[in-house]
Design a protein around this ligand. Structure first.
Ligand SMILES: [Zn+2]
Length: 81
């Protein structure tokens, strides 16, 4: 019941989910069909704390690259906007 916390994929920081600042956390949806085992995985999203989002403007790409999921093909697209 008390697993409602967010884990940063970059610095591994934890924070209880539901706090106001939780909304500032970055979320990265995994590509369809991709399965990874990561402590920062929340459902099908990877989480990134606000500090790391600010320090790493390209955290999503860095994270995908670190997982070996880097997408080289095509221009970057921001879906779901
Ligand atoms: Zn972080």
């Amino acid at each position: 019941m008390s697993r409602l916390y967010l884990v940063c994929a970059i610095c591994s920081r934890r924070q209880a989910e539901g706090l106001l600042s939780g909304a500032a956390w970055g979320r990265l949806a995994l590509p369809p069909g991709v399965e990874v085992d990561h402590p920062a995985l929340k459902g099908s999203h990877l989480c990134c704390c606000p500090s790391c989002v600010q320090r790493h403007p390209g955290w999503q790409e860095e994270l995908l690259a670190s997982l070996g999921l880097s997408q080289h093909n095509g221009p970057p697209q921001s879906a779901a906007r």
